[in-house]
Each structure stands twice: as C-alpha cells, then as structure tokens.
Design a protein around this ligand. Sequence first.
Ligand code: ATP
Length: 332
Amino acid sequence: MTKVTLFKGDGIGPEICESVVRIFDALKVDVEFEPFEVGEAEYYRNGALIPNAAFDSIERNKIILKAPITTPIGKGFRSCNVQLREKYDLYTNIRPAKSLPNVKTPFENIDMVIFRENTEDLYVGIEEKIDENTVHATKVITRKCSERIIRAAFNYAVKNNRKKVSCIHKANILKMSDGLFLSIFNEIKEEYPTIETDVYIVDNACMQMVMHPEKFDVMVMPNLYGDILSDLSSGLIGGLGFLPSANLGDEVAMFEAVHGSAPDIAGKNLANPTALLLSACMMLEYIGKEEPAKQIRSALFEVLEEGTVRTRDCGGTATTTEFTDAIIEKLN
Ligand code: ATP
C-alpha cells in the first residue's frame, strides 16, 4: 500500500479532493491517503499554513497530492506552493494539455506538454523599493536550474516518443538572463540528436499556440512564461478545470491541479474535479500503478464523451458530486 500525503486545500479544494478520494475508494486503488488541513483556515486555527505534522508526513511518504491553497493576503506570507517547491526543490513542473473527448473548444487535437522551471526567475521574490514610485524585481536564471529543467524536457521527450522540444524565451530583450537559458538549450539539444527542436520568443509563442497549436509538442521555459502559457494551454482544451500537473524533485513529487482555489464557486458543489483527478492519475503512473490510472481515465473519458453529465464550467448543470457519481458508475 503506497501512502500519499493529501492536502485538502482551500476554496474548492476539499470538494475536488473528496471527489478523487471517492473515486480511488470505489476502485479500491492500493493507495492510503494521509489527509491534512493546510492553507488559510489552518493558518487562522494554528498559526501556520502548513503544520509540522504535514511536513513529517511528506518526509515519510515523498508523494503529495495537493488541492489548491489560498495564500492569506498580507505582508510576509510566502505561498504554500512556493514554500513546498523551495523546501523540496521541486524543480520540474510538467503540465500536459491534451484535448478531451467531447469537451468542445475552437481547437482540436491539442497535445502539448509544458515544462516550467519551478524554482527561480521572478518567483525568487526579491523586490526592492527604490523610492516611493519605483520598485525593482529581480529575475534569477542560473545554469544549474536551466540545465536540469531543459534536460528533464528532453528526457521526457525521449521516454514518451515525442518528436520535438521547443524552447520559449525572450532573449531578444532579456539578453543575459533569457540569453543564458537559450544558450543552455542550444548546448543540451546536441545531446539529443533524435529530437527535433525549435525556439520561439514568448509573445510569438502565444500567438502560435492559438493559430497553429499543432506546432507544439514538448515545450520548455523559465518560470514566469510557464505560469502564463500553461493557463493559455488550459484554454485550448476547455479551461482550468481540466489541466493537471506534476512537480518533481529528486526526492519528493507533488501532483496538483493547475487552477487556484476558485473562491467564486467554493462550497457550492460546482467545481470540476477533472484537473485534480488527472493529476492523481499522473501520480499513479509515477508510482508505477498504471492500471488504475488507465481505468480512471477511461471512466472519466466515457462520462465526458457521453456529455450528459458535465459540470457548469463546460456548459453542463451537474454538481461535483453528480459528476463524480457518473465516473464511479463507469468504473463498476
Ligand atoms: P490562483 O492565483 O490561485 O492561481 P486564480 O486567481 O488564477 O487563482 P482560479 O482560482 O484558478 O484563479 O480561478 C480562475 C477562474 O476559473 C475562476 O472563475 C474559477 O471559478 C474558475 N475555475 C478554476 N478552477 C475551476 C474548477 N476546477 N472548476 C470550475 N471552475 C474553475
């Protein structure tokens, strides 16, 4: 039995977590969740966004399934995501955007995988007030972090029979920082002669993703562009409710939906649990349990294909619970 640390999160987090846990229970997946309250509510109860017991659990289990967490607004708060990514050096953020059956968007046959560098760039949080009207923010790009994310993208391409890796950058303006990232990409690509490569300036990449999404296969980029382009990629496949992700370090792996805690629909049983469910499938594959991942995906795809039970974000009227029930029914 594999033990997994489960963060139930804020906003819609507990609702979509419940959905995943019910589906795992129905299929009797060989995984035991250790659930923890983390985030805003936990902070107001006990003074810490993530309790020590949750860190102990991560250090034992090394695998986290995490629902979205709200960072309380105010000075001095580092978001849970940033804390976890830093503490466990979860440097590889993988965000696969693939068209889903009968989820209608203006785009078809989308199949791109974004590799987002997860530990540096503008997210190091170094801002300096120069005077009342001027603030500087520091963008950090290092050889070590660029090399490891670029290699992760190429290794993924080889392992998953992908044809191409595209590098996304803004080296025409950020000549030193993105220039370093791009030059490392050009060095590393020589190690992978079977993989095609190309490079896009980030603004052009946005247009091409909408005009010619078929041009993209595996994409690798610094942190900020990865954050923005992956939301764009979710739009290509039906919205944030559908985009899963993995955050991998050398020791710990964390799986989560790309979306936030969606306070506008929290507590209303309206959330689409698909992104967290697909993240849970990525987790199962990561721990070598391909079969239940396959079964869950095919039950989900059947429900989407039929189209009679769908959540509000994709044009339906079903609640989170009804959508979950429909998936469970297909498992039986
Ligand atoms: P964060 O900054 O934490 O990433 P955000 O401000 O980008 O959050 P989200 O919480 O991701 O925002 O929500 C953006 C929009 O997408 C909201 O209107 C929300 O209701 C919708 N949304 C996000 N996730 C889901 C979901 N799982 N099901 C349905 N709608 C969702």
